[in-house]
Design a protein around this ligand. Structure first.
Ligand code: AMP
Ligand code: TRP
Length: 340
């Protein structure tokens, strides 16, 4: 069985872009892979935030992931900060990475651009992400295409570490889902739908009421023509609607356009399909929210299971890089050989 690892930041509630680009696949692959999924609360510290809000958002995102269908019996679901090995391995990898390669990360350039003072954590964030992945000997990392560059860095760091210190890490591959890898904002179809996007009307939240979804889709930006045609470059708004319908119904977007002669009909069908797709998520979320302790219990068990794997990898890396005794004591073998 392939090992899979992926994480999500708890900076807000989940939206349709993340659902189609990532979380729906997570729920599907958990039965075919040895899957590790976590809420990346340490990554959320790279931007200013309120402590109580972070705690709530962390539990809320975990609840939403379980509502989507992540089943603690089928995958290992945990909170990043509950597994201290992530930050420990990140240090070893920070001493492997260079400022040059981190400075080339486009997400860093986007997020730090125009800021007077930039957190060191925002700069080193991709290294923590590499640790997240390498700790679990991942074969595959399901991500949206905005994370490809971070995955490339992860592969580079793993390869460099292995080359310098001997075979330690499995070199992972990104898995970018082919359909709806990029869901665009309904109001600004040239921008991807995002939780930090300044366009609440352009973003469909996972728990939006059906009425709200209908309104947002009805008001989606299209163009001055009337022809329903799949053409990402010339008709970004209409193409995004076709992609949403395609993702919700499992059909290629280009096959759907001949059935429509008016934007209004397309929008009605998109809204109905999205509402139906999200209905079971909303229902399960209501059940889980009524008993939050079952979410926390599942997360604690998940963190415990994750640590068992993470601590072995950290020990291997620590011994390889020359830390006396590794980290768990099994590294004492290298102490014996040092004194021999
Ligand atoms: P984020 O919500 O930005 O933390 O992203 C969580 C996951 O969803 C990551 O794998 C992202 O790449 C993916 N994702 C976020 N926004 C979108 C989008 N608009 N379309 C497709 N995938 C997305
Ligand atoms: N950086 C990812 C994002 O913003 C979240 C993330 C953190 C992640 N650690 C990861 C994704 C490890 C995959 C693997 O979407």
């Amino acid at each position: 069985m392939k090992r899979m690892v992926s994480g999500v930041q708890p900076t807000g509630t989940l939206h349709l872009g993340g659902y189609l680009g990532a979380f729906r696949q997570w729920a599907a692959v958990q039965h075919q892979a040895d899957a590790y999924f976590f809420v990346a609360d340490l990554h959320a510290l790279t931007v200013d935030g309120d402590p109580e809000r972070l705690r709530r958002a962390t539990l809320e995102v975990a609840t939403q992931l379980m509502a989507i269908g992540l089943d603690p019996a089928a995958c290992t679901l945990f909170v990043q900060s509950q597994v201290p090995e992530h930050t420990q391995l990140a240090w070893l990898l920070e001493c492997t990475a260079t400022t040059g390669e981190l400075g080339r990360m486009t997400q860093f350039k986007d997020k730090s651009g125009g800021q007077e003072s930039v957190k060191v954590g925002l700069f080193t964030y991709p290294v923590l992400m590499a640790a997240d992945v390498l700790l679990y000997d991942a074969d595959l990392v399901p991500v949206g295409d905005d994370q490809r560059q971070h995955l490339e860095l992860t592969r580079d760091l793993a390869g460099r570490f292995n080359h310098r210190y001997g075979d330690t890490f499995r070199v992972p591959e990104a898995y970018v889902p082919p359909v709806a890898a990029r869901v665009m904002d309904l109001q600004h179809p040239e921008r991807k739908m995002s939780k930090s996007g300044a366009s609440p009307q352009g973003t469909i939240e996972l728990l939006d009421e059906p009425k709200v979804i209908e309104r947002k889709v009805a008001r989606a930006v299209t163009d001055a023509e009337t022809e329903v045609r799949y053409d990402r470059a010339a008709k970004p708004g209409v193409s995004n609607l076709l992609e949403l319908l395609g993702a919700a119904t499992g059909r290629p977007p280009a096959d759907l356009s001949p059935s429509y002669s008016r934007y209004g009909d397309l929008k009605k069908d998109v809204a109905a399909a999205v509402v139906e797709m999200l209905r079971p998520v909303r229902e399960r979320h209501a059940e889980l929210s009524a008993d939050p302790s079952q979410v926390w219990t599942a997360l604690q068990a998940g963190s415990e299971a994750a640590r068992t794997v993470a601590s072995m990898t950290l020990d291997r890396a620590s011994s390889a890089i020359g830390l006396v005794g590794g980290t768990t004591g099994t590294g004492s073998r290298s102490v014996d050989s040092t004194f021999a």
